[in-house]
Design a protein around this ligand. Sequence first.
Ligand code: 1PR
Length: 540
Amino acid sequence: CASAKEVTLLDYGAGNVRSVRNAIKKLGYTIKDVEKPSDILKAERLIFPGVGAYGQAMRILSKKGMIDPLKEYLQANRPFLGICLGLQLLFEGSEESGGCEGLGIIPGQVTKFDPAQGLPVPHIGWNDLQETRPSTLLQAVGSQRVYFVHSYRATASDKNKDWILSNTSYGVPFVSTVNKGQVSAVQFHPEKSGAAGLDLLLSYLEPASAPSSSGRTSATTATPSSTGLAKRVIACLDVRSNDQGDLVVTKGDQYDVREKGGEGDVRNLGKPVELAARYFEEGADEVTFLNITGFRDCPLADMPMLEVLRQASERVFVPLTVGGGIRGFSADGKSYSALEVASEYFRSGADKISIGSDAVEVAERYIATGHADGTSSIEQISEVYGKQAVVVSLDPRRVYVSDPSQVKHSTVRTSKPGPNGELYCWWQCTVKGGREGRDIGAVELAKAVEALGAGEILLNCIDNDGVGKGFDLELVGAVSAAVTIPVIASSGAGVPEHFSQVFETTQASAALAAGIFHRREVSISSVKQHMADSSIPTRV
Ligand code: 1PR
């Protein structure tokens, strides 16, 4: 019957829950949205994907008169699944938003991960679950990793131990799943956790027919690569219109995407949605789209890119990032903020947006004035969507100097001396796809955008892009040591060994590649197998 396949969704409108909707629909269910408080008590099963900040979520729920019916629903032990903030809100309160009261269903407070522990915050990526007792809900996940993205966490204690279904370790153990009766909640994102996450959602929706584990590893088969936060492998699709006006995936050498012979056409390596779906199926931990001519187009007129995201998010159940053209702009006498542009991308299915050229200007202003005024794209978007949703993409180029005192920038002594035997270098940031160099180094820029609220750095390298000789390890080493947010190494991967190399010699949290995957020279699974063989934590 129709209602048996219906899920009630509590979307309080503070952010993007499109991925959750897509995952529910993929499992063959229809969604009924909570529109008024009484809809909560009428729900057969309620999914509550918390988004945004703790304080803001509680304020909106309170304003909409939903706190009491939600508590009543939970206290009556009705079928409930909270996701991410939807787990944290069940606790008594959080130190987020300057300290704030929660729903008080589970004893305990939510606190922030401490960056002083030397681990990047937010905790972003694929991590495993240590079950405290057997359960139907987690049976399908088994030992497979699931996708987390959060800066705050709840901790198990004597007072709440009857609720704890799994813990996860990130420097310290934190609560990753709670369950009592029919009320469950997960700190991770099942809608972004590939097949394991979809199986978990199905277990919640249909406990009687819960799938058995497809990936359980017994304690004896656990290896150093199969537990803990995995190093991520990201497939990147550089997208632009070709000369015929079709949106294609392209790939340059040192940012030149035109064929060397013939008419010099834009290289065409496939269709964006098809390739993204292929990479999801092949085991990519994330997929990134970069609209490489976004800096010159009118961002909100870029409807094909929004459509790419809409379609990709229906087929790709790992995180999707989109970059290119995220900035404020004016058109037809009207001004649009970077936040409005980003919101359009989030609504279309992006989990994170990536800011390139605009971030350079923002960082320059921050360094020049010495303070943040809250008006920049980075600050505004991270304020509304959380810092984990804001990636800053750098397009730096190596500059050699014979003596560090010649420049104001942070330099490193290089193992690859320059053309005139220079022993030092710095990396100059560029804007507009490498067309314009600026007087700011990659290390300074990374520190500035971290201070402004960026949650992750996508570190390209123009010199190495498309060359296939490996990542610029000195660049990745310098930037990843300078910030506490995760750094994604990009540009230059040619063989699986390059991935192990960057993870073994730098603090990079993820590595991204394009050309080798598009041309099927190296498969994502061979990269991961190589990482596993090298004892690097990876989601195989
Ligand atoms: O400035 O906010 O509009 O953003 C534009 C975005 O487009 C930036 O993230 C910038 O990096 C990207 N971009 C602009 N021009 C190009 C180009 O190639 N001409 N692509 C470009 C950047 C670098 C990576 C590439 C890796 C891996 N491409 O995305 O995928 O280098 O490649 P490889 O594995 O083949 O070596 P804004």
